[in-house]
Design a protein around this ligand. Sequence first.
Ligand code: NDP
Ligand code: HSE
Length: 436
Amino acid sequence: MKSVKVGLLGLGTVGQGVATILARNGDEIARRAGCDIVIKSALVRNLGKAEALGFDGIAVTQDGKAVVTDPDIDIVVEMMGGDEPALSLVLSAIEHGKHVVTANKALIAVHGNQIFSAAADKGVVVAFEPAVAGGIPVIKAVREGLAANRIAWLAGIINGTGNFILTEMTQKGRDFADVLAEAQALGYAEADPTFDVEGIDAAHKLTILASIAFGIPLQFDAVYTEGISKVTRDDVAFAEELGYRIKHLGVAKMRDDGVELRVHPTLIPASRLIANVNGVMNAVLVQGDAVGPTMYYGPGAGSEPTGSSVVADIVDIVRTLSAAPGHRVPNLAFQSDSLSSHPALAPDAFESSYYLRLTAIDQPGVLADITRVMGELDISIEAIVQKEPVGDSVEVPVIMLTRQVREGAVNSAIAQIEKLASVKGEVTRIRMETLG
Ligand code: NDP
Ligand code: HSE
């Protein structure tokens, strides 16, 4: 049986998953691919640490250029992360006629248009299944399995670390910093974990998903991004009382006037399947006009789950090596000359329902003042709850749920409510989606 040679850029959490899977399941994978897949070399910073891993036959090196220019290597797999030197090495690999697989969502979301254009010029494939939702084959599902559909919207829990933290805080009352440290030890978190906590990693993934769902260019800068760091235990508890769970969602919605691209904590009815996706698991819900709602669920991070997606991309490339470039699946699902220029909408134009929490002085007329502001801005209130004061306090939490409304109106309402003499401090705003 002939063999295909692979060069790895990175032998960390994901790289080790790939090497382990190929060592354990190589025969089975060869029966699927039609040839042996052999890792020839791997780029690392710390040679001693990599050699101690004891992977047979993999030459570890600190010379990335040697890996991407090696004439013996057919496929380069980038799993080092970050912008540079990853971008230069990937472009150099393409320049040298190598097919590329990358797990690096930051690289694809920010530099994908440039990378795909370079790959098209050289007639090579750039595959990125592991970049979105770890082990879930969601790129393949949306790009190929849903090719018949107009996709109206998608919404996903697409950061394993963030979902792990929210779940542990909610179910076990654990401390934020403590759970984050565990996610790092388990290899889930990004090298800079603020990418997980502040929603940047989810925004990278949403950028990619929205492009393949709607056939729009990758536009990371257009994604509105909010992380989980400001979600309080009180909000989690009030949401539960009202029948909702707070999840960190990436949402992409196609509208006549543009596309909503947003990543933020979201109240979801507790009865929805996606509200019950916990720990490091991810799920992406996609609404197609022909198929209806579909949901893709599985581990969103981790060594072998992500390695599973990397190896699947390698097998895909091996199977299409003999296909002419024009007959391959387009990177962003739509032919590159058929991408749409539908604009990304500004946050004030988003439409959603909202959970608002504020602290009010417990005195007559407060609720009337608040509801007057909402009424003047045409915001319908679905529910309003005033909690009991704690001890001798004269301050009470007030929670409101709105019906669907433009975000600009909600922002105006918040500004006016914060100025009321009977309201103390800032209003907390969390978006709500029924995902029906
Ligand atoms: P790790 O930090 O565990 O591994 C990174 C690897 O790349 C290490 O072998 C490191 O070498 C090497 N490396 C990094 N920078 C350089 C450099 N400048 N020169 C040479 N070698 C370098 O990262 P992960 O495996 O967790 O993640 C890799 C990529 O995969 C990232 O883009 C991440 O976002 C993505 N990803 C990660 C998932 C996960 O669950 N961890 C899931 C899905 C995607 P050394 O160890 O010697 O420093
Ligand atoms: N840090 C990422 C996460 C890795 O936690 O989801 C998978 O992309």
